[in-house]
Design a protein. Sequence first.
Length: 448
Amino acid sequence: MKKRFSFVCIYLCLLTLLVCGAAELLSPDKGERLSESENRMLAAFPALSAGSVADGSFMSGFESYLSDAFPFRDSAADFTDAVMKLLRIPDDGPATGVVEDERLWDQSEEQDAAFQQLIEEERSEQSEEKPETAEAALPDALPGDVHDVTLWLERADGERETLFTYPADAMVSFAEILNRYRAKLPEDGRLYFFSPQVSDIANNIIGREKYVGWGTDLVEVLQPLVDDGVIIVDDLAILNPYLNDAPSALYPTEDYHWHAIAASITADALMSAQGLAPADYDQYRYWLSFRHDNRDYSTEQLAGMNYSRETIEIMSAISPAESYFLNNLTERQQTTFTMSEGGYVGFLGGHKGPWRLVEGGFHTGRNALVVGDCFTIPLIPYLAPYYDQIISTDVRDNFYSVYLAGANIGDYIARYGVDDIYVVWSTNARFYSDTIQSRMSAYLDMNY
């Protein structure tokens, strides 16, 4: 009796699976369709041809279709995610996730208030020592034709439409800050500054007919103001050829960040300018956010897949690399380098301050500092193959704590033997604002 009951149960299970499989294959929805829960387009049934079977693209597309067309897929995915959250056991390895010890990150409001007071006092002393304004010093002290910086969109008819202007006096003060940072580096060190644009600006051009490009005279204005070893990079010129001609979308439509491919193209251009052979985008494999298969794909496979522009491609390291949250100059808390889930949390465990440390596996003999906003999060993994260590920080109020930092930026540069610095502030962060400039200046040499 027991054997018969077991046989009936197995038979019913197999019959259910057969019916579900048949229903999936016979489903009328075989084209692309929007998944509101995952905010992406689901894969369509692939075209069957001799060529697609021979190169394997049909089976890859068919697998994606089966995964996306599964009955009650959203409910099953939600159930799976809920179970995984209940069962997930933190690990301290780089491939799993963030390991938190909240005691390391306790904030002290009294300590922060004291440091903020110190910053204000140092600013006051500096203003008393240099009563003349930067604008008054322009004609004699600085070379070049200093004027406001303009960022524009280029229309199809050749005309330009101005989006932003950055004040000339802010360019002068920012140049002085970059020079101070450069002075902390060895003789052969380099400092690179660029300002990536957000998706709202890029999407004026991508897929549109009215605008065909963008540009800025940032390099023209700022480069003459900085010392040798400081390089102002025109990131708009780097990305412009790819805005409508890239293997995948450079920007999403709903989020303001850039995608990994835009960060990769920029990193490749920076390395090429240094005479290094870039490890380009195609060298990596990628996880896709909003998928539940926990698989990484080659760029060749990605090219044959259909997914939304909102989907984040998260690179898988090509060499051993480890990532840490860092405070008090040397205290480390291991986190992920990259992982298959979590959107931007998939890069370096997300955006958390005050300091980060990445250790690469290529043994290049050089170290770097990255100062900037959340656009650095997908950029740093593409810089990792060129440096033994990369430290990074975001000096904005919401991400920096002088109490947890435990030392000034100059001390971090010295402690980690920094050779190169990358300063990266997106349009949203406004590098020309007093908030960023004053904090970059104050935290460089402040006394602890």
